[in-house]
Design a protein around this ligand. Sequence first.
Ligand code: ZN
Length: 218
Amino acid sequence: MDFSIPGAESLQAGTVYGIGRNYVEHAKELNNPVPSSPLIFLKPRSSLVFGNGTVVLPSRSSDVHHEVELVLVIGKKAAHIQEEDSLSCVHSIAIGVDFTARDLQEKAKDKGHPWTIAKGFDTFAPLGKALPFTDSTDLQNLDLLLTINGEVRQSGSTRDMIFSCRRIISELSSMFTLYPGDLIYTGTPEGVSAVKSGDVVEAKLIGTDSTLRLDIRG
Ligand code: ZN
């Protein structure tokens, strides 16, 4: 597989970080407590799909949910970066969908097990075209939309994040050195729901050409 990031072809996708429960209304809809620091998980690189494509539902799950998210693409090595400086390592932004096998995640949560399997199947991390991050990009004022078969399921704004992108990067870099090509899925607003084979999921960063059109296959 070629891991070149669409729109940022000079970068090869590296570690894929995810942030859980970063929007209050989404934490509530799954009856989860709101975290006091960012909840961090990883997705394997093999879960990436670049641009439009197919998402394959794994046979071990019968409840795969969509989670539309803003994705940050890291462009510079960063370790122990302070919040106020942390955006200096952002190369670009993109729309992404963090597919999650909710039934497997619930089981893992009950047992205190990691979320790796629930979050990590092949095709569970579609990523749209990366758009350059500039001084005029307000990461905390971006609108996200996800539809299934043309019907709106998620419509949210990064204004409602619990932990800002600055905070997330600073926190991650306090534990893990970030490298060019690393991706951060920054959490999902409310409205997550199950997808089924035959569905067409479309997602976008509103007002941009970072979009995704995904065919769900069983
Ligand atoms: Zn997510």
